[in-house]
Write a protein that binds this ligand. Sequence first.
Ligand code: ZN
Length: 418
Amino acid sequence: MPFYRERVRPGAVLDDFPLVERDAVERDFPRFLAATRFPDFLVMSGGTTGHVVNATIRNEEEYDAAHRYLTGYPAGGAPALEEIERFGLDVYFNTNGYTRRKPKGWPLLSVPLERQAHVDLITRMLVDGFELGGRVLPVGYLQAQNALHRVLAGYYTVAGGTPDSFRLDSVFGYGSHVSRVWQERLRALWGTDVVTSYGLCEFVGANAAPCATCGALHYLTAWQEFLSPFDLSPVETGDAVLVLTSLVPFVTVQPRIRYLTRDLVTIVGECEATGLVGFRFRGREAFSIVAERDGAAQVLLSEVDLLEVLDRLDGVHAHRHPAEIQLWDDGELPPPPFRLGLPQFVVDGSRFAADGTIGIRVEVGFDPEVDRSAARRFESAFLELLGAEAPALEACDARVAVEPIPPGTLRRPVKTSA
Ligand SMILES: [Zn+2]
């Protein structure tokens, strides 16, 4: 890849490779490509942070390599029909960059979630299964972007509750943090926990999913490093920014060598089963506050803390997913009983070092200038919940100044990764 060829000598070790951030790739995209043939996929992030399209280029064999590594099935290999007892339903929306849906022959069916006919088809599959080769195969597994899990949950709540015949063994989500409030709702709907993974569109093919042994996240298809948010020196415990490196066979066209994700994690410890360091996702650095404590970096307030608080509060404005807009605005469904979209907020830590103040602006569903009493109620409820969610704030004498702002003010749809 030209970018590293110009900077690193042959024989260099990983530490010799400069860290790469998204900005550098955006500025000089061709220098991060090493294609030997025309690529298969342009993959765009489902996130809408800012106005720049976040795109990577990927090839079919990269997905095959990850699939083979994780499942043991060779490229293009799939279970024989008589081996298949149940199948998976993959609910998707085209704004998300999860371009390649599955390997050839794999027992997974992809259905979009854009309009009523799609939900009808999803429901029919969930209730009746799929008849194939003289047998009826039930849906045992459901996967969707977390934003679509929220839309589906809203739909089934207003469309007559959950059919008793949903019999899912596992439900999987990706693309954003699922708060405890939403975990509860989704568990009530599907009868099982939704397992969510942490992933980046730069590392498509496999996300970091919670480990069956240690319960933490770790990447099986990328090399993980944990660095101090202050000086990017290696750390072994506590809070850190995550750096990922992915090479062949998991990437073949656009490598991401030593990619500084700018995502904050808490190191959980070494996993007995894999020998890898497990971590817990805390959120994007830009939406979090990190302070120094006993010489180490400590996340005082994380993006995930804020999402937990905002999903429990009344009066928050949510940015609606296009699937919600199309289903509800084009149809005759009653309004959803809870917010399906994601809250919009920004965190301003620029004054924290000087006077300990953290500014948080949150879009609310009312005009705070007009309805002053609603604004005051919102502020006090927010601060009370935040104090319980992020106790380190009080321990550090941090002062949080929350400012409710009218819907649409930020003009910056916020979506997190988890
Ligand atoms: Zn583990």
